[in-house]
Design a protein. Structure first.
Length: 286
């Protein structure tokens, strides 16, 4: 494993950690303010959300690189399945292509897919996984032409009703294998997989070259909201060292992206404090 105790150049910020992905939350900082604050603290990169970009994706991406960092990724595609998805296949695919275009304009090579839940009228998740695989397979060549990789992110089973049809890394890798495209892989998020006792074996045997991102946070023992009460690293029950060991043993050597949805705690704090705490926790807990 890499040693981060004296070096946090592998640390990246997902701007959701400042609440920038939801209306009514966050510091209200511009992308430029976020970039400057991260660069001043020696962060290695930033992941943005589409809602922050407007028509300035290329400008924002260039500003990140000028500050000595990289754009680690873009969140996210539209929901591709389920009750929260757009009404028609055409609308879903059009927005999917738009998200790919935005990632390409940023000059990031990773676009995260949060899939969406079970398709209305179906039971379980297998039918929805087939629909998901079909839509990803249709978009993958378009993404490849633009230098973009598609990262399927499995979510915690508690979110399966409406936000995901992938609940384990094995689920996500099954879809990758069905699609069969070189630019389709997985993102591994501590919040969503910390409980999976089969994760290390799954990654070791099936995920070589497929891990496109690693997301850091923690699962609080007494979480009050499954979506909006993530913990800062070290405040919860996830075995962060073991999880990173599993990811790195499977070949991942990219940046570690802190993504914390915390409406009642971290989103209410001064973002300068949040960014400083992240550096300390990354060096001591991750």
């Amino acid at each position: 494993m890499r040693d981060f105790s004296q070096d946090h150049s592998a640390l990246a910020l997902n701007t959701a950690t400042l609440g920038h992905n939801l209306d009514g939350h966050g510091a209200g900082w511009s992308p430029e303010q976020v970039i400057n604050a991260c660069a001043a603290r020696g962060y290695g990169g930033i992941t943005f959300w589409r809602r922050e970009l407007d028509a300035r994706a290329a400008q924002i991406g260039q500003r990140v690189r000028e500050a000595g960092m990289q754009v680690v990724g873009l969140c996210r595609t539209p929901f591709l399945t389920g009750p929260l998805a757009l009404p028609s296949d055409q609308e879903i695919m059009d927005d999917f292509h738009l998200s790919i275009d935005q990632a390409a304009a940023l000059e990031t090579d990773v676009l995260t897919i949060v899939t969406g839940g079970p398709e209305p009228g179906t039971k379980g998740v297998l039918d929805s996984q087939k629909i998901l695989a079909d839509r990803v397979a249709r978009a993958a060549p378009y993404a490849a032409e633009r230098g973009v990789k598609l990262a399927l992110e499995p979510l915690n089973p508690a979110t399966a009703g409406n936000r995901t049809c992938l609940m384990t890394a094995a689920d996500a890798l099954n879809v990758c294998e069905t699609v069969g495209a070189d630019n389709v892989g997985v993102a591994i998020d501590v919040y969503h997989v910390w409980w999976d006792t089969t994760l290390a074996d799954t990654l070791a045997t099936r995920a070589k070259g497929r891990i496109l991102g690693y997301h850091l946070c923690d699962w609080l023992a007494d979480t009050s909201d499954v979506l909006l009460d993530r913990g800062m690293m070290g405040d919860g029950v996830a075995d962060l060292y073991a999880l990173r060991a599993a990811v790195e043993d499977a070949g991942y050597d990219g940046l570690c992206e802190v993504e914390i949805f915390s409406a009642e705690k971290w989103w209410k704090r001064d973002p300068n404090e949040v960014l400083d705490v992240i550096v300390d926790r990354f060096r001591t807990c991750c």
